[in-house]
Each structure stands twice: as C-alpha cells, then as structure tokens.
Design a protein around this ligand. Structure first.
Ligand SMILES: Cc1ncc(COP(=O)(O)O)c(C=O)c1O
Length: 381
C-alpha cells in the first residue's frame, strides 16, 4: 500500500503548509473535484431536464452506493449538507414535553449541544450531560456514565461516535445496546465516522446516524448523510420543509429546494478513491500512524497522549507542556500562532491543560509529525 508522499499528487493541497488536521474539514482529491465539476456541467447545460429527469435517479444511485459503504439499504439513507444539519433534522423533529430529557456527552460537539439546548429550552425540557473521562478514558466508565445519565424521562441520547475536541472513538455498539436496553433511542453524531472506521448500520442497529462524507471519505464539502432505521422514518423531517412534506422520508429529504447537488453526486467517486487507496487497510494504517505520531510528539514535548488503544482513531491528542491557566483564550491564541507558523493542528482545553490534536490521513507520513514537533516547540518557546 503506497501512501503518504507517494499519493500527494492526488490532492491540490499546498504542500509547503503542514496539513495535519484532516479531521476538521477533510480535503477533496482532484479526481473527486473533477467528478463534482462534471455534475455541475451536466446540470447547467440543461437545468430543467437535469433537475426533473436526471437528478432523482442519480441521487438514489449515489445513496445506494453510500448505503453499501455504511452497511445500510440505500432507501434508508438521505443526503444532508453536514452532520450539524443531520442532527438538527432529528432533534427538531422531536415532540418534547416539559421535563423530558435529552442526554448529551460532556465532550459533545458544540453546535449539536446548542441544537439540543434550543429544542429543550423551547419545550421546557432538560439537557442532561454524561461525563467522558479524559485523559486516559476507558470504555467501561464511558458506558457506565451514559447509563447513569438515563432516567424514565430520557427521550433520546445523542452520542458522538468520535469526539471532536478529544478525538476519542467511543464504544458505540455497547452504548447503543445499553441505551436500547433502557428503552432510549440513539442519535449518533458520526461526523468523523465514515472512512475513519468501518461502519455497519445493520449491525449497530442504531436509530439515527449522521455522518460527514467531506471529512475522512474526501468527498466535496457539503456531502453528508443521515441514516434512519425504517421504524424511525415517520414524523422525521428535514429542517427545511418543502414539496415532499408528509409524503415520505425520501421525498422530504431528496428535495429541500433548489441547490447544487454535485457534492452528493460525487460521493461515489470518493468511495472508489477510498477503495483505490486501500479502503479498510488504509483506515488501519492511518490509525497506526496517528498512534505513532501521538507518541512521537508526547516524547518530544515530554508530556503524554490523551488516549491509546481501542479508543484512539486516526486523530490523536497530545498535552502541551505549559504551566499556568489553561484558558480557552490561551488555546485560541496558540492555535493562531501555529497557523501563522505554517500548520493547521488545532488545540483544545481539557482537564486544566491545553491539548494539541493531530490527524493522520492518507497523504501524511511520519516525517510530517517530526516537522509538527519542531513547529510546536518553536511556537511554545
Ligand atoms: C463530533 C462532531 N459533530 C459535528 C461536527 C460538525 O460537522 P459539520 O461542520 O460538517 O456539520 C463535527 C466537526 O468537526 C464534529 O467533530
């Protein structure tokens, strides 16, 4: 499997800049961008015919390909713009009563926590937080803390598959089973899931899973999906209500108004590209590279990694060797200094410390993290 420098020509990235943050916004390779442009061309030469006679089937074809990639039937998969939108659709379709509860994680993504706040505050319901231990989390404590947060009033648990600011791969199968055993449905915020780890919706038996294709699958920006188990499709609506209202899950989501669907239609080329680079073997290689990179940085900075083993994916956390208050302002300032120094690795505050997050994508290799260690040491000096 030839990766790292050997495949860099596939992306239009600026290689003078140190790209070690694939997790934030992904990066689309040339072949995927070309496919997207081709769809835009087809649309613009005959917009009326394209929207009515080509798009409906093309969209369903793309959903079937994506369904096969995530272990789902295409008819249960709809495209959305991003994971935030997917979570909004589920959360804003709920009919909450006063005192109902929605469980979120202490490491839950800010935008999604805001959506939970929005829907609970409007209904006089409550957002309840389950604590994720960090650093050195363990799966048993994660599951136990989530179970402890469930009550007879819990209407939904919103679970991040891979947390954003702490890069933890949570034991999803166990969490879903535990929530279901308590009679609680689960919405998985899988923004980082697709193509970072293998997915199988049928085996997971989850109620809803939303995932980004524009991160690890390298699809164009604005390509994401919402999977809904068949028995959860009634009374689920996109945040934009349009012509399909009340007709069916697919009719509601497949048309939410005039838009450019090219990012969605190019996802099957992204799936082919992912396979060509190695598919599951590449995902395993990226996870191993992230582990190697994380311990390299921890050694160089004389600190510690946030997580190792089964809860670490193709992103890693390293504590920065700082004294004094670990404030959000200080973290933001460090991040800006790292950007100015030539790298996009983000920083996050956890447990009274500032942590650096790194990503290991197909185009990265271990020398990138040698360079990152030097840049970080220079910025901290
Ligand atoms: C866990 C999680 N949820 C949601 C998002 C939001 O993704 P998007 O901006 O594509 O909606 C992210 C982005 O990094 C994330 O990490």
């Amino acid at each position: 499997m030839l990766l790292g420098k050997a495949v860099r020509h596939e992306w239009p990235l600026d290689w003078d800049f140190l790209s070690v943050n694939h997790g934030s916004f992904g990066a689309a390779p040339r072949v995927v961008l070309a496919a997207q442009r081709e769809w835009q061309q087809r649309l613009e030469v005959q917009p009326g015919r394209f929207m009515r006679a080509i798009l409906p089937q093309a969209l369903r074809h793309a959903a079937s390909r994506l369904g096969a990639f995530i272990g789902a039937d295409g008819k249960d998969v709809v495209f959305v713009e991003n994971a935030t939108t997917g979570c909004n659709a589920v959360l804003r379709s709920l009919r909450l009563a006063p005192d109902d509860e929605i469980v979120v994680l202490s490491h839950g993504y800010g935008a999604v926590r805001n959506t939970v706040r929005f829907v609970t505050e409007r209904a006089g319901a409550r957002m309840v937080e389950a604590a994720i231990p960090f650093p050195h989390p363990d799966a048993d404590t994660v599951v136990a803390n989530i179970v402890a947060a469930l009550t007879p009033r819990t209407r939904l648990a919103v679970i991040d598959h891979i947390t954003s600011g702490s890069a933890l791969v949570l034991p999803l199968q166990r969490i879903v089973a535990a929530c279901h055993a308590a009679g609680v449905p689960v919405l998985v915020d899988g923004a980082h899931g697709p193509a970072q780890v293998p997915l199988d919706m049928r085996a997971l038996d989850v109620d809803w899973y939303t995932g980004n294709c524009h991160k690890w699958l390298c699809a164009p920006k604005g390509a994401a999906f919402l999977y809904t188990r068949p028995d959860r499709q009634d009374d689920l609506h996109p945040t934009t209500i349009s012509h399909g209202f009340g007709k069916s899950y697919l009719e509601e989501f497949d048309w939410t108004g005039t838009r450019d669907p090219s990012a969605w239609l190019a996802t099957d080329v992204a799936i082919d590209f992912h396979r060509r680079l190695g598919g599951e073997a590449m995902m395993a290689r990226n996870i191993a590279l992230a582990a190697e990179a994380t311990s390299l940085l921890a050694r160089r900075l004389n600190t510690e990694p946030g997580a190792t083993g089964a809860m670490a994916g193709s992103m890693g956390m390293v504590r920065l060797p700082l004294t004094g208050a670990a404030t959000a302002e200080r973290s933001t300032e460090l991040r800006a200094r790292l950007l100015a120094a030539g790298t996009d690795a983000p920083t996050h505050v956890h447990s009274n410390a500032i942590w650096l997050r790194l990503s290991a994508a197909a185009y990265n290799d271990i020398e990138d993290y040698e360079r990152l260690a030097e840049l970080v040491a220079r910025v901290l000096r």
